[in-house]
Write a protein that binds this ligand. Sequence first.
Ligand SMILES: Nc1ncnc2c1ncn2[C@@H]1O[C@H](COP(=O)(O)OP(=O)(O)OP(=O)(O)O)[C@@H](O)[C@H]1O
Ligand SMILES: [Mg+2]
Length: 231
Amino acid sequence: MNQIARLKSMGPEPNVTKAYGETSALRGASMRVFTGEFVAVIGNSGSGKSTLMNILGMLDTDFHGSASIDGVEISSLSAIAAAKLRNKLIGFVFQSFHLLPRLTAWENVALPLFHRGTPREVRKHRAVKMLEKVGLGDRVNHRPDHMSGGQRQRVAIARALVGEPRLILADEPTGNLDSGTGAQVMALLRTLNRELGVTVVMVTHDREIAAQCDRSIEIRDGLVVSCEENE
Ligand SMILES: Nc1ncnc2c1ncn2[C@@H]1O[C@H](COP(=O)(O)OP(=O)(O)OP(=O)(O)O)[C@@H](O)[C@H]1O
Ligand SMILES: [Mg+2]
């Protein structure tokens, strides 16, 4: 299977490390994610999960060691090159949705295409199609504050997918949802992973949710301590 993401050591350096001033957030993380997988990242609060996701997502290139996405070494990319590659390869889903309140559902979903310079009619067509895929075909002109938490997160998932990325990075996508709605969002991500073949890496505190993934990567105090296949 092809590797879509990899963190590893470079020469004599330890595996990927990252510090915020005096605080060591990652102390030697190495991991691989294969194309098509649905992987959970688990670990206590402060263990380094979001730090790891920010590195994988090229939101943070200020780290030591080697990381690659889709075969491209990302540790030495310029900010502009990272932004371009990120727009092409990666879709993000965050705990707090990060939707723009003044935009309608379809306009939010279409944002990654806007940044690529896609014409408005094409953007709208693709955004509406993606909203239909996540079950929100009847909400395309609603603004986020007229939607439930689960609906907002589905808009965010549609936005993450609209540009046909190879990798979805989701940092606690169910963290702000009640357990029933969280289970629905999880099921949706799972379906999209299978149907579209998109690789998903998802941070979760919830062991039950992690158990539904193909594999769990556990981080403890900035170290990847285990990568387990789930049954
Ligand atoms: N911007 C920052 N400035 C300084 N320290 C930071 C910053 N971001 C994270 N840290 C520190 O780095 C460590 C790892 O943080 P990180 O956000 O990766 O943890 P996490 O596993 O995502 O936690 P949580 O489950 O609470 O989201 C923590 O000790 C945290 O305090
Ligand atoms: Mg976090």
